[in-house]
Design a binder for this molecule. Structure first.
Ligand SMILES: [Zn+2]
Length: 79
């Protein structure tokens, strides 16, 4: 039997959404969801959040913020 904990399920939620779970993980998630209403609710809320964010129009990034982000990214790349 394949056991998946609530924590493991939340860690695999994105892979599940993107259809990237291996067979044994997929079976473990399905088994877990059969009895755990909290994780079913968690995945439903995740789906609703993704849908809601998908409908938002992108906002332009202020120039100062973009420059600061690019500089920070450049600093991390050099490490
Ligand atoms: Zn659970």
């Amino acid at each position: 039997m394949i056991l998946v904990t609530c924590r493991e399920l939340t860690e695999m939620a994105t892979s599940r959404k993107e259809g990237r779970l291996r067979g044994s993980d997929r079976a473990g998630v399905q088994l877990h969801l059969a009895w755990c209403s909290r994780c079913r609710r968690y995945l439903e809320q995740m789906d609703l959040t993704v849908e809601a964010l998908h409908d938002l129009e992108p906002e332009p990034v202020p120039e100062a913020a973009e420059a600061a982000l690019l500089a920070a990214f450049e600093r991390t790349r050099r490490r």
